[in-house]
Design a protein around this ligand. Structure first.
Ligand SMILES: Cc1ncc(COP(=O)(O)O)c(C=O)c1O
Length: 386
């Protein structure tokens, strides 16, 4: 793959210092990738210092929201790695989102290689405590300078990265607001795509949830508002009578990579997983009668976070009476919280602390020396003088 490398890259990397504390998504790596789509094809990607990009005020993204993104992490715990976790799944989902939003397909080479170059370059700045990572945000925006409502003919692919600590700094479990007024996604809509509009339309509920003292929104189906779907950036699991239940993928839910990984790990430990419709009635009744003993949210950013309660706008709260379950671990029957167990296995797989029987962990090859001086293996097209 050809790559244009800005002359200032070495300098910005050398002068970069991690702040303390680093937070989640607030510290930005000093470099980024950009690649333009014009006249029906992708150009040569560039490696640039992180900074503002120039767009005309009539760029379509500002008016019609033709935009998609992904969220991934690179782990370097105990200085091992850096490892990506199932990055091909992000690549596939990115292109599914692109198709839904009438945006161009991006090749595996451009998507993967540019992300690996970025990770490799900022690898010394990836914090190395368990729970830390480099959060990676690939995204694509429509850039054509035209006010007509029609798919853009020009796009920009950008990758930025953020050295980050855990998403939720507090150990406190989540309290989840049951949203009965607004909806997130409809059948035939964009719920399955990772596109900005899904998140923008959910923000009004985040404000409401926060005002009422809740930490997250639970979205219900749009038609009857009776079926549990997911949270604004996380999928949902409950433990009912010792079995895991998670809403089935109906086309309105984002197909989480964490969700599918947890399902596989659970099944491999003889924990039954039911992917099915979960009604709000069943959720509330199960909490009241004690059959639901755990609930948790999962996603790349948060990994897995337990839920203490669900609640209504009028202040009614359904608090989960948390109980341990039995499951198989290393040939033995053990008791414990299923969520905590799954989180430990998943995190250890992601961070390289556990042998990976699935081939999910992908080591990012090193192609730079520690002074960020040389990029080997990449066919440098030209140096950019900006
Ligand atoms: C709406 C929504 N649901 C679920 C998830 C979890 O998906 P993943 O596990 O792939 O991060 C995310 C995060 O990407 C999300 O934005």
């Amino acid at each position: 793959m050809k790559l244009k490398i800005d002359d200032r890259i070495e300098e910005v990397l050398k002068s970069f210092k991690l702040p303390d504390p680093i937070g989640f998504g607030t510290t930005l790596a000093p470099i980024m990738i950009t690649c333009d789509f014009k006249e029906g094809q992708w150009g040569v990607p560039s490696l640039l210092p992180y900074g503002p990009i120039q767009l005309n005020p009539t760029a379509k993204v500002f008016h019609y929201g033709q935009e998609i993104f992904e969220g991934m992490k690179a782990y370097r715990v105990s200085k091992k790695g850096p490892y990506l976790f199932r990055p091909l799944e992000n690549f596939k989902r990115f292109n599914l989102s692109a198709k839904r939003m009438a945006m161009p397909y991006i090749s595996e080479e451009i998507f993967m290689e540019t992300i690996k170059i970025l990770i490799d370059k900022v690898s010394p700045f990836i914090p190395d405590q368990s729970g830390d990572s480099l959060y990676i945000r690939p995204f694509m925006i429509s850039t054509e300078d035209h006010l007509g409502i029609a798919p853009s003919k020009e796009f920009k692919f950008i990758v930025v990265a953020s050295p980050s600590a855990s998403y939720f700094q507090q150990a406190k479990p989540l309290s989840v607001f049951i949203e009965r007024e607004y909806v997130r996604a409809v059948e035939g809509g964009t719920g399955q795509a990772k596109t900005g509009g899904n998140y923008a339309s959910g923000l009004v509920s985040s404000i409401k949830a926060e005002r009422l003292g809740y930490s997250q929104t639970l979205w219900l189906d749009a038609e009857k508002k009776e079926i549990c779907e997911e949270m604004s950036g996380m999928n949902l699991f409950i433990v009912k009578n010792g079995n895991l239940v998670t809403p089935a993928l109906t086309g309105t839910i984002l197909e989480g990579i964490t969700r599918s990984s947890l399902i596989r790990i659970a099944r491999d430990h003889n924990i039954e997983v039911q992917e099915r419709s979960l009604s709000l009635k069943e959720l509330i009744q199960g909490i009241k009668d004690g059959q639901i003993t755990e609930a948790f949210a999962c996603g790349t950013a948060v990994i897995l976070k337990s839920i203490a309660s669900f609640g209504e706008e009028d202040g009614t709260v359904y608090k989960i009476q948390s109980k341990e379950s039995e499951y198989n671990y290393q040939g033995k029957r053990v008791r414990g919280q299923i969520g905590a167990f799954l989180k430990e296995v998943l995190l250890n797989l992601q961070e390289g602390q556990l042998e990976d029987p699935y081939g999910w962990r992908v080591k990012v090859p090193s192609s730079v020396d520690t002074d960020h001086k040389i990029i080997k293996n990449y066919d440098q097209e030209a140096s950019l003088n900006c």
